[in-house]
Design a protein around this ligand. Sequence first.
Ligand code: ATP
Ligand code: MG
Length: 352
Amino acid sequence: MEYRVTVMPGDGIGREIVEGAVKVIKKIEEKYNHKFNINYADIGGIAIDNHGTPLPEETIEMCKNSDGIILGAVGGPKWDSLKGEDRPERGLLNIRKELGLYTNLRPAIVYEPLKNASPLKPEIIGEGLDICIVRELTGGIYFGEKGVKEDGTAYDVLSYNEEEVKRIAVKGFETAMKRGKKLTSVDKSNVLESSRLWRRVVIEVSKDYPEVELNHMYVDNAAMQLLINPTQFDVILTMNMFGDILSDEASMITGSIGMLPSASIGEKYGLYEPIHGSAPDIAGQDIANPIATILSAAMMFKHSMGLPEEGTAIEKAVEKVLNDGIRTRDIHTDSTKLVGTEEMVSLIVKNI
Ligand code: ATP
Ligand code: MG
């Protein structure tokens, strides 16, 4: 099969880590006999420099003409003085909106050889951790009416309609079906009307997925459970703001920001990027960890291209390299072998 991939390196370490993902994609092409037509597009600071806007029209067009999108990261000190719509980060927010990417998938995985990186006690992590947070990304309080009244009162409206909850709930259950068939829906339905709608619709959708074990949890309890008993979770389904907070909490449990991928998907498109930022402090030094971006490419194969075997091959190669004790600086310890970005990439490619 032939697939079109749009690649947006962005800024800072974006170029280095995305180059790693591209090498991995090329290896998959060769090994599995696919054809990936890779096109590069500008976004963020580099797009401001080259086109005067963080999200040029041609970038949007290219994304809309692709089967999968890989993004590095945007932003850096060079553009720090810019305001509002001119900021590099707007490029990212606006492309999510343009492409209707209402689902955010954030796996939080503690790999066995990296267990010591977690700030949680080993007995809490147990055999390791493998959670996936499914967060609603284009609705809720971040997108509701907001303002400041004459008397200085500020407000942000939190609202969801049935359709918005239904489509994200479906994604949640579909994700659970591909994993451990357990879904925890997180809300605050003891005090919020929008959460009561959320819970009602989730229960409605669950009838189509009788194999999935569903439970409900208030968000305050979920935040606590993530710290005291994180391995009880398989898929966590939640709305925009709760998901923002819980997914950062969950990623910190793994202790390794350079390791975690993410997917933002809608009906037609999927955008895949590491959870970390552009890390200008380490850009251009061949020390950035490329694994988060490489695992994002694995997610692209699974979720946007229907190539689960290819995605798993990448994940297995990453695990193998970690088991061999190979580490970039951010996850390095005394008893492991320190390598740079490029060497990490070649070892992963070699193991696919
Ligand atoms: P953003 O606002 O874009 O999210 P941030 O200020 O939150 O950015 P990051 O760019 O994510 O921060 O970086 C936070 C810290 O983690 C930095 O010290 C950075 O060097 C380090 N870091 C981030 N990504 C990686 C990576 N892939 N490999 C190694 N270190 C990383
Ligand atoms: Mg950040």
